[in-house]
Design a protein around this ligand. Structure first.
Ligand SMILES: [Zn+2]
Length: 607
């Protein structure tokens, strides 16, 4: 079967050419090319991941022909090709190397093939608004493989190979494709059919995962209100030994997770790794509304040739990060204590980042492309994450609105207004748009708090706001490398007495020296390899040994910088009190109790 050429301006055919060499072959049929010479262009970045990735660098070759024979192809820039003028239909072939296991590009080996259109399918410049067809050919070497994508299908069985259609190029590249012998789970949430396609080697309690995802997805649909903006949804999950990541799309998400983060048969409770995986699912699903439809004006349309700067990533990523865990407790997937634990860990992460005193969150948003996505040894000293700080800004604003309105308004109202005014009608959010709605909700008097949260590096007023909803915020020193906060800790017997102020690898190599910390003051820098403390070999044990010393104690360090030996004098510091934990206060006034219950239950409540 073929689709009628009248229905599409370009048809792409993807052939799984060579799994050992990780090569995919793509063919374009262009019935009506630009007679002056058709230009083809691959995106330089993929929406949702704010880094110039220059996908065209993995194109091994590209050739073109028309009825008369081969057409000359000329490179215009790093992402574009110009074909020689031709009056009639043109075909183009390209070969792409696909061996990136992340969710942002393409991957092909003997176990699976996964691709985003941004890596494989060049836009036919000038015809991006026209419908495009995609044909995926079945590979002869893997008869069991099936196809999982939410791209609308025109031929072939469900999950079979065949033909797909997209209304325009923007839609074509927003439905990643998983091709493998995957495990398929199906469930319905709030009337919408959902699928989970898992690849990799793993053991899984399918019923548990389905129950938890159903609760999360149903809750998010009810939160924004029916009808859901998508008529079906797909989770593509690549399970690996060690990995974590996700990328949102309009009706699907691609995730990479470690196999220990899935629920196993007979598992008790909700272990930390599984809780994090559910948080990731909740996060990407929330993006179905917040960033895939409620979009910054800077993304409408996406300019995929260059960076699309916006100061609003704190709202699109930070508020999504605030809601991802909040929805776990609101949907009943985790309990209140577990939620407070997650919140305290987020707070701990921010408190341990000296860059929070340097970079306001709107600047972190704007510079995502060159800073957050391109971190180096100085990043902890200079940057703050718009995910974690943005989530805490969300918490601050949510609690402020609730406390100052006696529970009448909250951040939920912000999300619903954004959805009604910008998401449903697909009208971009201007750079001041989020704050404008917040001022509607909280009054003009909210502006100083907005300025503090977004444009200053002052500490957020979380302690009094949490107290007003009956939650105590406590701080203590870190107890060991695995201590991420969230619990009260082991008390004085476990507490460290000394502090180095640097992170080291197992080989003693300094990863980061925190600004103003004892290591930095001693002259230690990222990249230095520490070999001895007071004449005794220490390597990666340095932090542990310093943690048992007393503040003010002096010692001698030996380290190599490149191949030169340094001798440094270090004065041991006192451990910073940067580890947060939260708990419900023993005596809570009824008003505070009511506010906390409303906050954690949400407008929809547990299913
Ligand atoms: Zn996100």
């Amino acid at each position: 079967m073929t689709t009628n050429t009248a229905e599409w301006a370009v048809r792409y055919t993807v052939e799984l050419e060579d799994p050992g060499a990780h090569l995919l072959r793509v063919r374009l049929e262009i019935p009506r090319p630009d007679p002056a010479g058709q230009v083809l262009r691959l995106p330089t970045w993929i929406p949702g991941s704010y880094l110039i990735r220059e996908f065209a660098r993995h194109v091994q070759w590209l050739r073109a022909a028309d009825a008369a024979g081969p057409l000359a192809v000329r490179r215009l820039d790093k992402a574009s090709w110009a074909l020689a003028p031709s009056a009639g239909p043109v075909t183009v072939e390209l070969q792409v190397w696909a061996y990136d296991l992340s969710v942002r590009a393409a991957f092909f080996d003997q176990q699976r093939c996964y691709f985003n259109g941004t890596s494989l399918l060049p836009a036919v410049v000038g015809q991006e608004a026209a419908p495009c067809a995609l044909r995926i050919l079945a590979p002869s070497f893997a008869p069991a493989w099936r196809v999982a994508t939410t791209l609308p299908r025109t031929t072939g069985e469900r999950h079979g190979f065949g033909d797909f259609i997209a209304a325009d190029y923007d839609e074509l590249i927003d439905h990643p494709v998983e091709i493998a012998d995957f495990v398929l789970l199906e469930f319905e949430a709030a009337g919408v059919p959902h699928e989970v396609a898992l690849t990799g080697v793993f053991s899984l309690d399918e019923e548990r995962l389905i129950a938890d995802l159903t609760a999360i997805c149903a809750h998010e649909i009810e939160f924004f209100g029916r009808p859901a903006p998508m008529d079906r949804y797909l989770f593509q999950v690549a399970v690996v030994g060690d990995g974590y990541g996700g990328l949102e799309h309009r009706s699907s998400t691609s995730l990479v997770c470690g196999r220990d983060s899935l629920p196993t048969p007979g598992m008790k409770g909700t272990p930390e790794a599984y809780r994090a995986f559910l948080g990731l699912c909740s996060h990407e699903y929330f993006h179905t509304w917040n960033v895939k439809r409620i979009k910054p004006a800077a993304f409408l349309p996406y300019d995929l040739t260059r960076e699309a700067h916006t100061e609003l990533l704190w709202a699109f990523e930070g508020l999504t990060s605030y809601y991802d865990d909040l929805i776990l407790v609101r949907s009943g997937v985790i309990d209140e204590a577990s939620y407070l634990d997650l919140l305290a860990r987020t707070l701990t992460g921010v408190l341990r980042t000296p860059g929070r005193k340097v970079q306001p969150v709107v600047e972190a948003s704007f510079d995502a492309w060159t800073r957050y996505y391109r971190q180096d040894e100085n990043s902890p000293n200079a940057l703050i994450s718009y995910y974690t700080k943005g989530a805490l800004v969300g918490l601050t604003l949510d609690l402020h609105l609730r406390v100052h309105s006696g529970g009448a308004v909250s951040l939920d109202d912000l999300m619903l207004r954004l959805w009604e005014r910008h998401g449903r009608p697909l009208i971009g959010v201007p750079e001041d748009g989020v704050e404008a709605i917040l001022r509607e909700l909280g009054g003009e008097g909210l502006q100083p708090l907005l300025d503090l949260c977004l444009r200053s590096t002052d500490e957020l007023p979380l302690e009094p706001l949490l107290a007003a909803v009956g939650v105590e915020l406590r701080l203590r020193a870190q107890e060991g490398a695995d201590d991420k906060g969230g619990t009260a800790g082991g008390g004085s017997s476990k507490a460290p007495t000394g502090w180095l102020g640097a992170t080291l690898g197992g080989d003693g190599k300094v990863k980061h020296a925190l600004v103003g910390g004892p290591a930095a003051r001693a002259g230690l820098s990222a990249g230095d390899q520490v070999i001895a403390l007071d004449g005794l070999r220490c390597g990666g044990e340095l932090s542990k040994r310093i943690s048992k010393m007393q503040p003010g104690e002096r010692c001698t360090l030996h380290a190599f910088r490149r191949d030169e030996l340094l001798e440094l004098q270090l004065e041991v510091g006192a451990p910073p009190v940067d580890t947060a934990y939260l708990r419900v206060a023993p005596h809570v006034a009824p008003e505070a109790e009511a506010l906390r219950v409303a906050w954690l239950r949400g407008p929809v409540g547990a299913a």
